[in-house]
Design a protein around this ligand. Structure first.
Ligand code: 5RP
Length: 239
């Protein structure tokens, strides 16, 4: 079964802007910065662009083509991980975050590049609206980036691996414009509706062992700071 790209919660844009604005405090002149994808990360890129135009000196490594276009339009100097293999900081959004700073990401389909960039960064700061905070991950369908080759076999392998962990739920091929969605890397996305993921570490290990899985949206042990936009203020949580 397939589903359109409409899975993201509407959320609260003022909270997203507030979280993005507060993340500017994490930025220092001279930093090499990973630039995330999605609505909240794009607010951050716009606000960062204004600082750059005011004289802030940073270089950005975008996590998606969309973010690259936006950052370029904002006048942010861009580089790649080939130019700068080690970054100081990545600022990115998330679809869910739990109390142990474990994340589900990939609602926008950029998870592979997002994970590569975050892993290359000394620190990852997550910016979210308050609706993203959860007790247990999994209400948001877990995005799993897969190679188009052997899709049926990869799907079966994922179902089997998840089943061994007691997880059941539909795996839905993500659709955009009536076609299977293609990531920037030319892969498809299966959105896994497990409902609850009580042991994200075990699921992460199991998914990573499947050859057709390029990456999955569980970001574990990566974020050290979470900035949560609320109705009237922002909360900065540290791990
Ligand atoms: C894109 C992502 C985004 O960070 C995530 O989907 C959150 O996006 P938004 O800020 O629009 O809610 O992982 O792949």
């Amino acid at each position: 079964m397939a589903r359109p790209m409409s899975g993201k919660a509407v959320g609260n844009d003022a909270e997203r802007v507030r979280a993005a604005g507060a993340a500017l405090d994490e930025v220092r002149s001279g930093m090499k910065l990973g630039l995330g994808s999605g609505r909240t990360a794009h607010h951050f890129v716009r606000l960062l662009g204004a600082r750059v135009r005011d004289g802030l000196s940073i270089v950005g490594v975008p996590t998606s083509e969309t973010t690259a276009q936006l950052a370029k339009a904002e006048g942010i100097p861009l580089a790649t991980l080939d130019d700068h293999p080690a970054l100081d900081l990545t600022v990115d959004g998330a679809d869910e975050i739990d109390r142990a700073f474990r994340l589900i990401k990939g609602g926008g389909g950029a998870l592979l590049r997002e994970k590569i960039v975050a892993s290359a960064s000394a620190r990852m700061v997550v910016i979210v609206d308050a609706g993203k905070l959860v007790d247990t991950l999994g209400a948001f369908p877990l995005p799993i980036e897969v190679t188009p080759f052997g899709l049926g076999a990869t799907r079966l392998a994922i179902e089997t691996a998840a089943g061994r962990l007691g997880l059941t739920g539909e795996l839905v091929l993500r659709i955009r414009d009536d076609q299977p969605f293609l990531t920037d890397g030319g892969h498809h996305i299966l959105d896994a509706s497990f409902g609850r993921i009580p042991d994200p570490e075990a699921l992460s290990t199991a998914l990573s062992a499947i050859p057709g899985v390029m990456e999955h949206g569980l970001f574990l042990n990566m974020a050290s700071v979470a900035i949560v936009g609320r109705e009237d203020d922002v909360e900065r949580l540290t791990r």
